[in-house]
Design a protein around this ligand. Structure first.
Ligand code: ADP
Length: 201
């Protein structure tokens, strides 16, 4: 028995049925941006708003996933790719469950983000670029990580000594240095409404 012998099982209850029950179009809001750009903060605020509107969501957060499912992975190039691949597969399953998935990972490389985009159906992957200048992130430094990276205590830190590849065509761009948390979250909710991803009967 090898992996190629395994066939996807088509179950009776479909993704469309599950999501119709929830009055939403399943999708992945893939937040990307520098550390401190506001991914977790805005993803959390959007999830809260969606909850209040009666929608079913799941938030995948970088640090939390690394504690569990991806606890065996480090920060080498190969492990970073595998980290994103597993998260992508997990997000795909949650999408199949009919959920609106929010993911908050730096995901600095275009190729990795494209890999996840290609895992799911067209229009299901919504790239949300947290367009926050490095200087602003470094000033916020909510976890003290930039300080450590500048002092050489942390190596391969995105934005300092590891590259961040800016998305060339993100579906949503959020300028967190210009708008407050509430306004940023509302811009994303508005996108979901404008594109008929959330609706009410
Ligand atoms: P990331 O998940 O991208 O590493 P976090 O959400 O953990 O970033 O941290 C962002 C920090 O910036 C938080 O301390 C948050 O309170 C602060 N912040 C200030 N203004 C904003 C804004 N408009 N949007 C998001 N975060 C903001």
């Amino acid at each position: 028995m090898t992996a190629t012998d395994i066939v996807w099982h088509e179950h009776k209850v479909t993704k469309v049925q599950r999501s119709t029950l929830k009055q939403q179009q399943p999708c992945i809001l893939w937040f990307t941006g520098l550390s401190g750009a506001g991914k977790s903060t805005i993803a959390g605020a959007v999830e809260q708003k969606l909850f209040e509107l009666g929608h079913h969501t799941y938030l995948l957060d970088g640090d939390n996933v690394r504690h569990g499912l991806n606890g065996d992975l480090g920060f080498s190039d190969a492990d970073r790719v595998e980290n994103i691949r597993r998260i992508g597969e997990m997000a795909k399953l949650f999408t199949d469950a009919g959920l609106i998935v929010l993911s908050a990972f730096i995901s600095p490389f275009r190729a990795d983000r494209r890999m996840v985009r290609e895992l799911v159906e067209k229009n299901e992957f919504i790239e949300v670029y947290m367009d926050t200048p490095l200087a602003e992130c470094e000033q916020r430094d909510p976890k003290g990580l930039y300080q450590k990276a500048r002092n050489g205590i942390i190596k391969n830190f995105t934005g300092i000594d590891s590259e961040y590849e800016v998305p060339s065509a993100a579906e949503i761009e959020i300028k967190t240095a210009e708008f407050n948390v509430e306004e940023c979250a509302e811009q994303i909710i508005q996108y979901l409404k404008d594109n008929n991803l959330i609706f009410s009967s």
